[in-house]
Design a binder for this molecule. Structure first.
Ligand code: HEC
Length: 158
């Protein structure tokens, strides 16, 4: 008698939970698909990111600025980044070829919002798990770091 009831209860549970899961999946999968589409449709070099930087004109590489950027980078960023190797964050060699200059500066100046609202940064956070930290650089400092990145278009031994 008891056993029958237990078996019946089990069968009932399995049936209900299967039905429940199926429905849940349907509901959840639509927004995920939409998100994916947004990320894929975004041309990374057209995406300027979200933050204080809306437009930057780049000229010839300014070596003095790049050198100053290198110093800032080694003090504020190398705990998590190397140029040629993935560390806590992505390797940054060639970053100016895969992201717009505005996006890079906004990622430096406004990472908290970027990793929540920008499709590329959101995807990166999914891959790297740790969130990019705001190092409180001024716009001028971030601009110098950007100049340094412009000199690092291929992986070097740094
Ligand atoms: C606490 C670790 C940490 C520090 C410090 C840090 N970052 Fe990051 N950074 C990350 C992580 C992790 C990501 C990937 C996105 C994410 O997971 O939030 C990232 C992403 C980036 C990206 C985007 C890379 C790409 O492939 O598009 C840039 C650019 C960047 N960081 C620059 C900097 C600069 C410049 C500094 C110093 C001012 C810095 N980061 C300091 C962890 C860090």
């Amino acid at each position: 008698m008891n056993l029958k009831i237990v078996v019946l209860a089990l069968v009932a549970t399995v049936i209900t939970s299967c039905g429940g899961d199926g429905k849940k999946e349907e509901k959840v999968s639509a927004p995920v698909e939409e998100q994916k589409a947004v990320v894929e449709e975004t041309d990374p070099l057209k995406n300027k990111g979200i933050g204080p930087i809306t437009s930057i004109e780049l000229g010839e590489i300014d070596q003095k600025m790049a050198d100053e950027g290198k110093t800032i980078f080694s003090v504020k960023c190398t705990a998590c980044h190397k140029i040629s190797k993935r560390l806590i964050g992505p390797a940054l060699a060639g970053v100016t070829e895969r992201r717009s200059p505005e996006w890079i500066m906004n990622m430096i100046l406004n990472p908290e919002v970027m990793v929540v609202e920008d499709p590329i940064a959101k995807k990166l956070l999914g891959e790297y798990i740790a969130p990019m930290a705001n190092q409180n650089l001024t716009e001028q400092e971030a601009r110098k770091v950007l100049e340094y990145f412009r000199t690092k278009t291929s992986a070097t031994d740094e």
